[in-house]
Design a protein around this ligand. Sequence first.
Ligand SMILES: Cc1cc2nc3c(=O)[nH]c(=O)nc-3n(C[C@H](O)[C@H](O)[C@H](O)COP(=O)(O)OP(=O)(O)OC[C@H]3O[C@@H](n4cnc5c(N)ncnc54)[C@H](O)[C@@H]3O)c2cc1C
Length: 306
Amino acid sequence: MTALPPFERHRPATVEEATELFERHGDDAVAYVGGTELFLLFKFGFAEYPHVIDLKAIDELRGIERSNGELRIGAAETHRAIERHPTVRGEWPALAAMERGVGNLRVRTMGSIGGNLCFADPHSDPATFLLAMNGELEARRGGAAARRIALAEFVRGPFENALVDGELLTAVLVPELAARAAIVHRKFVLHERPAITVACHLRLDEPGAPGKRLVDVRLAVGSAGVTAARAAEAEQLLEGASVGELDGVLEGVGELAADAADPVEDANGSVEYKRNLVAVLSRRAVKAAVGEARGGEHGLLAPGES
Ligand SMILES: Cc1cc2nc3c(=O)[nH]c(=O)nc-3n(C[C@H](O)[C@H](O)[C@H](O)COP(=O)(O)OP(=O)(O)OC[C@H]3O[C@@H](n4cnc5c(N)ncnc54)[C@H](O)[C@@H]3O)c2cc1C
């Protein structure tokens, strides 16, 4: 690791000012919020920019509030601010729990949710969680209207996002959970960053009926391969399954989730090792989500229980 290279820091107060700075400095400029990713690149000598644009003073990128039935999180809000916010803790507790599991206190205090998603590191908790939650993102260039982008379209690949030149990620939008719905996020960590992330959203179609079925199933797997993905075939197996027959389908769900994760071998382990972890965490996440949707039964269902 080396010392940081010299750069000039700019502190725009609006998206318009930020876009104007990008237009003036072109490829010599880069944005940052917490710098937990960007300044690591600088220190390792992987990147160097003479102009660094600090987004923290832009009000449009701040704030956490409920608006039109969804949660709007300013892109510059830190993991720590999200995890501690009363509205998130009270009404989106699974989001608060996911954020509480990110990195360590230093990373959560400095790092922003927008920086996490823009960097598009394959090892991301928010990307997997938001994929299962049907989260959306809001992006805007100075002088233009904001556009909404589904998470699945925003993360284009490893370290690649869908922003165009001069455009900033302004907010993350998280829908409310419907009645009898739940989302559960599970992860396995090696070497500080997540090695496997799994998130399961589902809803039970009827209250209290013995044959109640799983609907709106969304299973996302991430951190094992090059980008987070929905496990569509596993979702199909689960969609419409009755709670009583869950154990019978879970074996197949694990295998199909491992296929969708498409793990790559790296410092976190072999393909086979990661496939096994994805399968186990997927089965656990589905069971836990069913327990939550039934009314806070976090435990596992007994065999044959409906
Ligand atoms: C030790 C360690 C452990 C970690 N553990 C985890 C973990 O367990 N789970 C996890 O998910 N992540 C983990 N991370 C990653 C962490 O979440 C991210 O580092 C952090 O959220 C990035 O936010 P930042 O504000 O610091 O980004 P920055 O470093 O400031 O920016 C990152 C990139 O995004 C761009 N950018 C930032 N904000 C915007 C914006 N609003 N619009 C356009 N472009 C923007 C920047 O130009 C830069 O390219 C870990 C990181 C470290 C160092």
